[in-house]
Design a protein around this ligand. Structure first.
Ligand code: ACM
Length: 634
């Protein structure tokens, strides 16, 4: 870690340590080194951008120009090289080692704004930081009349990890090409450089494969339902299967180009051998199970029993490892997928593959004898090893979820560790490349606060926990940990507004865990910056979850079998007011100071948080029956 100026340490921490709201300089992710000096730079009406004579700088300059001309009324002149400039984008002629490929220096001074980097991507990240130094109105979609003033500052910055990803599940619910572009637009603000597209699952096959047209004719559509996905009634045969969609290969090329222009790689995931009901519905001969010709793409009905260990499929949603046609199928798929994505890896899933139908299959039994496979995990491992060869035959590297470790890891496989960090740590110890995306820190589909207010799903992952994400486990050589990513599964995410709500602000926390030096992370400081970015998102009309302002509840029983409620907040400096009399609490009601006993006949608890005299959290109502349950009281 570089030395910090005393001024920044003092000002940053003092401003934020009591959660006092928005900060003046509030960069996310926190830069490696930042020195603020007295003074401000004001943009005149005529802005000169220079540096664009060098190849690679023009797209970055254009990106910046578009932002400036959208929100401000300045006129912009590009000059190839000039001593007098407003914004200079300088590509180093001799690379500077400290900042590496993606790093940059940024100076705002009386002379103007200077961003220097070794590569255009570094300039692009310098521009992202620069935009965060502008007043929040720079996020406006229309011109705002105001004085555009920036603080004098000197920043040196570069990432901790090369893999800084977000996964977007476009299979459970389909998101259009324009939605994906919007997702990319938002992720690059926070210096994410990898978009993992989960392209296939039980609920949809989303990428055109010309040699296998039924994958999208049949596999891309199910029956539209709303409510709590996973609990829906099975569709009747006459319900129209017209909900969904897919990307044509031209769409994919357009998305890859759009991403590349923003220095984002797209990692495609084709999830096999489990999660394959859409593929099996299109081509039933890929299943081990007789009767698969009656299968349908899932519309959110129950298809697995998760209550048993290991979970059991009620419908066989797997490809059959004992069937040569499956490998021919995968070869055809990968022949078309590989050239569409320049990124070196292809992710082949491998997660949550139920084995109960394989256990019944004569073909699998014969395969086990022939290949001397002792367990179902070894059957999957046999499949993964053959799959790795197919992936490699297309000039790509093979990656899968950590289940691919079970039964023996394929020789060159990279592992994405999701069931905690252990799979990743084990793979790293075997000298395999690893990306960490553990559920406990990085699952964006999880609730951000209490189930009493958030849309219900399996578990809760609060902002503070996401912020504690540390991708390198103790005792692991960090050279194998390529980085990390957060995953947005979309079973319960039906539209883009909710995708945004689920991604932010936890995406801020993950971006800081992946970009910033470990020693620069500080929760209280971070939360202050988050609030500034909330203000920016309001101007940009990007939805975010305000859950960090809401109270946290736990309940327990006292020795005399009464139930007491404990309340706290993730953020410091908030007050909690509550009622048990069904009226709406405000700051004239009891303030929480210590555990509260539930009055004997109370029906519900209502709670709200305040900062000073202003309500800041959402009104939350919890029935006393729920609190009793939480306390284990029958
Ligand atoms: C996963 O969450 N099933 C990878």
């Amino acid at each position: 870690m570089k030395k910090l100026t005393a001024f920044v340490l003092i000002s940053g921490f003092a401003l934020s340590s009591f959660g006092q709201g928005a900060k003046k300089i509030a960069i996310i992710p926190e830069p490696v080194e930042i020195t603020e000096t007295a003074g401000t730079f004001t943009l005149s009406n005529s802005v000169i951008i220079t540096g664009t004579s060098k190849a690679g700088v023009v797209p970055v300059a254009n990106y910046l120009k578009k932002k400036l001309t959208t929100a401000t009324s300045v006129t912009i002149t590009e000059k190839a090289n000039t001593a007098v400039y407003t914004i200079k984008l300088l590509l180093n002629s001799t690379p500077e080692t400290v900042i590496g490929k993606e790093g940059y220096h940024l100076t705002v001074s009386a002379k103007g704004i200077l961003i220097s980097a070794n590569e255009p991507v570094g300039l692009f990240y310098g521009v992202q930081t620069l935009l965060q130094l502008f007043p929040k109105e720079i996020e406006s979609a229309t011109v705002v009349a105001k004085t555009w003033t920036l603080p004098y500052v000197k920043i040196t910055d570069y990432p901790r990890f090369e893999w800084r990803g977000l996964m977007f599940d476009v299979a459970r619910h389909f998101f259009t090409k324009e939605d994906v572009k919007q997702y990319i637009d938002n992720m690059v603000r926070y210096k994410f450089n990898l978009l993992h597209l989960h392209l296939t699952d039980d609920e949809g096959w989303r990428i055109q494969i010309k040699s296998l047209p039924k994958l999208t004719e049949i596999g891309a559509y199910n029956v539209k339902k709303v409510g709590y996905f996973g609990t829906f009634a099975p569709p009747t045969p006459d319900e129209p299967r017209n909900y969904g969609g897919f990307y044509t290969q031209d769409d994919i090329r357009e998305l890859v180009k759009y991403a590349q222009e923003r220095f984002v790689n797209i990692l495609p995931e084709i999830d096999v051998p489990g999660h394959s009901l859409a593929a099996v519905s299109a081509y039933p001969e890929l299943s081990c199970t007789p009767g698969a010709e009656n299968y349908h793409v899932r519309s959110g009905e129950v298809i697995m029993d998760w209550s048993v260990r290991p979970p059991k499929a009620l419908v066989d949603n797997t490809l059959c490892p004992a069937n040569e046609k499956v490998y021919e199928f995968l070869d055809k798929v990968l022949t078309e997928v590989a050239p569409l994505f320049p990124f070196p890896y292809i992710h082949m899933g491998g997660d949550e593959c139920p084995k109960n139908f394989w256990e019944q299959s004569d073909a699998i039994k014969a395969l086990m004898v022939k290949e001397n496979l002792k367990t179902m995990e070894e059957v999957q491992s046999y499949f993964e090893k053959r799959l790795e060869k197919i992936v490699e035959s297309k000039g790509k590297k093979f990656m899968g979820w950590d289940e691919i470790l079970e039964g023996g890891l394929a020789p060159d496989a990279a592992v994405m560790s999701w069931r905690g960090m252990k799979g990743g740590a084990d793979a790293a110890k075997m000298h395999h490349d690893v990306v960490m995306s553990p559920t406990d820190f990085a699952y964006l589909d999880y609730m951000q606060g209490d189930v009493a207010i958030e849309p219900r799903i399996y578990a809760t992952l609060r902002l503070s926990k996401a912020y504690a994400f540390e991708p390198v486990p103790d005792s692991v050589d960090d050279k194998y940990i390529k980085g990390g990513q957060a995953n947005l599964w979309t079973e319960q995410v039906y539209n883009m507004r909710h995708a945004e709500y689920m991604t932010w602000p936890r995406g801020f926390a993950i971006s800081e865990s992946l970009w910033s030096p470990k020693a620069r992370k500080n929760w209280n400081d971070f939360v202050g910056r988050v609030e500034t970015h909330f203000d920016r998102f309001k101007v940009a009309d990007i939805k975010y979850a305000p859950s960090v302002y809401d109270p946290i509840f736990t309940a327990s029983q006292t020795a005399d079998k009464k139930v007491q409620v404990f309340m706290s907040t993730e953020m410091q400096g908030l007050d909690i007011y509550y009622t048990f009399d069904n009226s709406f609490p405000d700051n004239h009601y009891p303030k929480y100071t210590s555990p509260v006993l539930i009055p004997e006949d109370a029906f519900q608890l209502k709670v709200i948080t305040y900062r000073g005299n202003e309500p800041i959290g959402r009104m939350i109502t919890i029935p006393v029956t729920d609190l009793n349950k939480r306390a284990g009281k029958k």
